[in-house]
Design a protein around this ligand. Structure first.
Ligand code: ATP
Ligand code: MG
Length: 371
């Protein structure tokens, strides 16, 4: 059992600052997922927590104690990497027992009990006598996780553990990791991934990192519905949220939003929100857009440049006069639309997001269309 707290943590490699001013409070037993673009510092942050990298400035507490100067082993942490790094000449059983046997004071029976318990949790009991090469990729990754479980860590760190697996195995192993968290509710888990679905489904809270800084921390749905800024808005969700430069005009209780190249709409002005006049951004998710006929009010219209039929949904790319930057609409099922057609798209007021010129979200409860 352990919470993990980072206060003002910086990490630099020589002169290169990789993490800056990281403040995070991860609760005991929480499942936290780090996401962010390649090179933003996710792995470095995990390695700092594990003690594989020292901290340039700030403090790291685990279970209420400052651990900046403790070795990885003293921190009660286990880490699972993208490459499973099993010993090829050892059986699954011996791979899982190896670390335990090195610890003085673990008797043979105690080791056996821990290995079998981990194998049971991960459903790899039938493979204990096999060599790693006799297993599938997913089974191997489960052995690597099992090896970490046997150490009975207070904090479990995962760095993209599923990225070497094919799509079907990823799904299966992801479900197993969710189950693992349920079976080990006292173990704090910190997980790095590039995969939106893994982040959304596994996380109690997601931490969005960008260039070594925390952009936003929140539950998956908070980040999806209420991103703090344009970066988070476009990072969470796939395809990404459409962002349209827009002009805001306020008058009394109404806010007129006119997207560039679009038709504009009038929203009732949320109370307590000061919207500055002039330029800003309007955000609308592809799944919030729908086709409307000529008689209905549209938000934007343009020519279809590409249609992607994915079976369950159709992605429609619409040219609204921005070079190589089409608006994307995600329509349910197989939409009967062809390239070259002109379409009109609308969205409900409560599904729109507004951002000021600097990209900061205008915080508010869902917007309403003005009466
Ligand atoms: N040992 C090191 N020495 C110098 N620079 C490093 C070192 N390790 C990482 N970096 C740099 O720190 C930055 C963050 O790297 P990190 O591996 O944490 O990114 P990441 O978010 O995990 O990326 P990815 O998603 O590609 O795995 C990168 O610019 C990287 O080049
Ligand atoms: Mg990484």
């Amino acid at each position: 059992m352990a919470n993990v707290r980072l206060s003002g943590v910086d990490k630099a490699f020589g002169k290169v600052k990789v993490l800056e001013g990281i403040n995070l409070d991860i609760k005991d037993g929480e499942f936290v997922v780090f996401v962010g673009p390649s090179g933003c510092g996710k792995s470095t942050l995990l390695r700092v927590i594990a003690g594989l990298e020292d901290i340039t400035r700030g403090t790291l507490e685990i279970g209420g104690e400052t651990v900046n100067d403790r070795t990885p082993k003293e921190r009660g942490i286990a880490m699972v990497f993208q490459s499973y790094a099993l010993y090829p000449h050892m059986s699954v059983y011996d791979n899982m027992a190896f670390g335990l046997r090195l610890d003085k004071g673990s008797g043979r029976d105690a080791v056996d009990k821990r290995v079998r318990e981990a194998a049971r949790i991960l459903q790899i009991e039938p493979y204990l006598d096999r060599l790693p090469k006799e297993l599938s990729g997913g089974q191997r990754q489960r052995v690597a996780i099992g090896r970490a479980i046997t150490r009975d860590p207070a904090v479990f760190l995962f760095d993209e553990p599923l990225s070497n697996l094919d799509a079907a195995l990823r799904v299966q192993t992801r479900i197993e990791i969710a189950r693992l968290h349920e079976k080990m509710p006292d173990t704090t888990m910190i997980y790095v991934t590039h995969d939106q679905v893994e982040a959304m489904t596994l996380a109690d809270r997601i931490v969005v990192l960008n260039k070594g800084r925390v952009e936003q921390v929140g539950t998956p749905l908070e980040l999806y519905h209420r991103p703090d800024n344009l970066f988070v808005a476009q990072f969470i969700g796939s395809p990404a949220m459409n962002i349209l430069p827009a002009t805001f005009n306020t008058s009394q209780n109404a806010l007129r939003v006119v997207p560039e190249g679009g038709n504009g709409l009038t929203l009732s002005l949320p109370e307590g929100i000061a919207v500055s006049q002039g330029p800003g951004h309007l955000g609308v998710r592809p799944e919030s857009l729908r086709l409307v006929g000529a008689g209905e009010e549209a938000l934007i219209e343009g020519e279809v440049t590409l249609v992607e039929l994915l079976g369950e949904v159709t992605l429609v790319y619409v040219d609204i006069g921005r070079q190589d930057d089409p608006v994307v609409a995600k329509l349910a099922g197989e939409a009967a639309i062809e390239r070259g057609e002109n379409v009109r798209l609308a969205a409900d007021a409560e599904d729109l997001q507004l951002f000021d010129k600097s990209g900061r979200a205008l915080r508010r409860d869902p917007l309403q269309k003005a009466a």
